[in-house]
Design a protein around this ligand. Structure first.
Ligand code: H2U
Ligand code: ZN
Length: 333
């Protein structure tokens, strides 16, 4: 494919990304982000998430020693959204959406994050994701559980204390529905799982970043963000709760390793949004292959980020550095 502009298809979503490798040398006189000051204190008396402190809603956190889960004090969704009237002739269509929003503190330590926590503490985070996910899916009004982490102020994280969020929702969200369609269509056409086949095709290839016994990390052929990665279990599993203790441990170790690579890349705590896509409650297991997406915005340094604006916002995503080049850089760190 070389240096010429081309577009690549994301078979999960059916959407195209424009790849323009010739553009990376262009000058930059635009916005420079100032790298965040490093977090040094293991405990911050002013932090809403540290053990023993009072949260913004007035509730006091316990003296937790591992992970700690609480209901978001400012939830985007509540369990009891009242039904809305529907006019079949109107183009203004709305539906009630119930849900539950929670926050998971990864650790009592204010100054650590996925890359600096001991790998076994990251495994404890994975186990908490598993427990929360299965508990929330048991609720009759919950159809899908989205776990995600916004890391860094540039990604909108409101607090440096290591944490992630869970939004459990009544309806399957857009991106998950798109990926579900892609996976179901592939299974119907080929009789096999899309992501099992994709991983088999990538194994040992130039887009693999790292792997262990149960998981592999790849910069997908269709990646949009400069250093985007896809984390895949090697065996077919469709939800977090299905992972065995050994697999949860392998996932913890892998996330710890991958996030350390990210932090090494530009010598700063690497900002990203990451999260898992897993089978919605009433979806079939055969096409659904659980995976995590890491979407980091940084492009060329701690200061220069990719903006999804202009053509990207109005027409189609575009990237400069090729996925193969990004994978090579990450692999060699
Ligand atoms: P983010 O950093 O990704 O925004 O997540 C922090 C969440 O924590 C955010 O959704 C919640 C915010 O509503 N929060 C509380 O529930 N209680 C607090 O005291 C502070 C923040
Ligand atoms: Zn804290």
């Amino acid at each position: 494919m070389g240096e010429s502009s081309h577009r690549r298809l994301n078979p999960l979503t059916g959407e195209w990304v424009l790849v323009s490798p010739g553009r990376t040398g262009r000058p930059w006189q635009g916005k420079l982000d100032t790298p965040p000051a490093p977090v040094v204190a293991a405990y911050d008396p002013a932090c809403y998430l540290c053990p023993g402190n009072e949260r913004a809603g007035g509730v006091r956190n316990p003296q937790y020693t591992s992970t700690f889960v609480f209901d978001n004090d400012f939830p985007a969704l509540r369990p009891d959204a009242p039904p809305l009237p529907r006019d079949p002739n109107s183009l203004c269509i709305a539906e009630a959406e119930s849900g539950i929003c929670r926050v998971i503190c990864f650790s009592p330590r204010h100054d650590l994050s996925l890359p600096s926590l001991p790998p076994e503490a990251v495994t404890a985070v994975v186990q908490t994701w598993q427990e929360q996910s299965s508990k929330l899916l048991e609720l009759p009004f919950i159809e899908y559980v989205q776990i995600f982490e916004n890391r860094g102020a540039t990604m909108g994280a409101s607090n440096p204390h290591p944490h992630c969020q869970i939004w459990a929702v009544q309806h399957v969200p857009n991106d998950v529905a798109k990926e579900e369609r892609g996976q179901i269509e592939y299974l119907e056409q080929r009789g096999t799982c899309l992501l099992c086949d994709y991983l088999a095709q990538e194994r040992g290839g130039e887009r693999i970043v790292t792997e262990n016994n149960s998981f592999a990390v790849v910069v997908p052929f269709w990646a949009v963000w400069p250093f985007e990665t896809l984390v895949l279990p090697k065996r077919h599993a469709s939800e977090l709760a299905e992972l065995t203790p050994a697999e949860a441990n392998d996932l913890g170790t892998l996330l710890s390793f991958l996030t350390r690579k990210y932090d090494t890349l530009f010598g700063v705590p690497f900002p990203y949004s990451m999260g898992f896509h897993q089978r919605p409650k009433n979806a079939p297991a055969a096409p659904w292959h659980i995976h995590a997406h890491f979407y980091p915005p940084l492009l060329r340094s701690a200061e220069i980020r990719k903006f999804m604006v202009g053509f990207e916002l109005l027409a189609q995503p575009q990237r400069d550095i090729t996925p193969e080049e990004a994978a090579r850089i990450l692999r060699n760190l």
